[in-house]
Design a protein around this ligand. Structure first.
Ligand code: AMP
Length: 215
């Protein structure tokens, strides 16, 4: 399947993407994960992106498009992909449209996951992430703690609170989302690609997507 997952930070895009990869081997492409990996590895991209990310600002479109143009041409994308956290601005969506046309890729649909802001705020404040850039497993101290406190079940690395998941940064990320990313729903509605799914349970969202795709 070839999908874009839209939704505020904390709406469950990453969890839903991981569940969908298990269905047909499509790959999850999270620009946030790619950027965090680059920051930890200390690459030029990471150095350029870090300040924006720590403040909860968006990284410039040109950096993101450079990453995605390469990523979408990697062989594992041939089976399908789930775009998680990209596009995030109208210019990114417009450039992606041109890139897809150039690469001969046709999207199945764009799914907007709609979750109330108070649920999202609470989820992000209690979210913890494995600091190993190759793992980045997600936990939640309330609803999905690791078996051993502070240690990742999957790889044994420390689990940390992301720098952009303090209350101030989260508030700013949600405002940025409303201003820059929420308008993408209108963009894809006009393209006839948008399906909005309201639900706080990832199982409900995944089942709705499977139904839309006839799986
Ligand atoms: P995420 O894990 O998707 O919430 O992304 C974490 C941070 O990475 C965001 O707050 C942005 O600073 C940056 N980021 C991720 N994806 C994008 C994107 N498509 N455009 C601009 N910045 C992005």
């Amino acid at each position: 399947m070839k999908l874009i997952l839209l939704g505020a930070p904390g709406a469950g895009k990453g969890t839903v993407a991981k569940m969908l990869t298990a269905i047909d081997g499509s790959v999850q492409i999270s620009t946030g994960d790619i950027l965090r990996g680059a920051v930890q590895a200390g690459t030029d991209l990471g150095k350029e992106a870090q300040g924006y990310m720590d403040r909860g600002d968006l990284v410039p479109d040109s950096l993101i498009m450079g990453i995605m143009e390469k990523r979408l041409q990697e062989p594992d994308c041939a089976n399908g992909f789930l775009l998680d956290g990209f596009p995030r601005t109208i210019p990114q969506a417009e450039e992606l449209k041109g890139l897809m046309a150039k690469l001969g890729i046709k999207l199945d649909m764009v799914v907007a996951i709609d979750v109330p802001r108070d649920v999202i705020f609470d989820r992000l404040c209690t979210r913890r992430t494995c600091e190993n850039p190759k793992c980045q497993a997600i936990y939640n101290i309330k609803s999905m703690p690791s078996k051993k406190e502070g240690i990742c079940d999957k790889c044994g690395s420390p689990i940390v609170q992301r720098a952009d998941e303090t209350e101030v940064a989260i508030g700013h990320r949600l405002d940025t989302y409303n201003e820059k990313t929420a308008p993408l729903a209108g963009f894809y509605e006009k393209e006839g690609m948008l399906r909005t799914i309201t639900g706080t349970s990832s199982d409900v969202v995944v089942n709705a997507i499977k139904k839309e795709l006839g799986l």
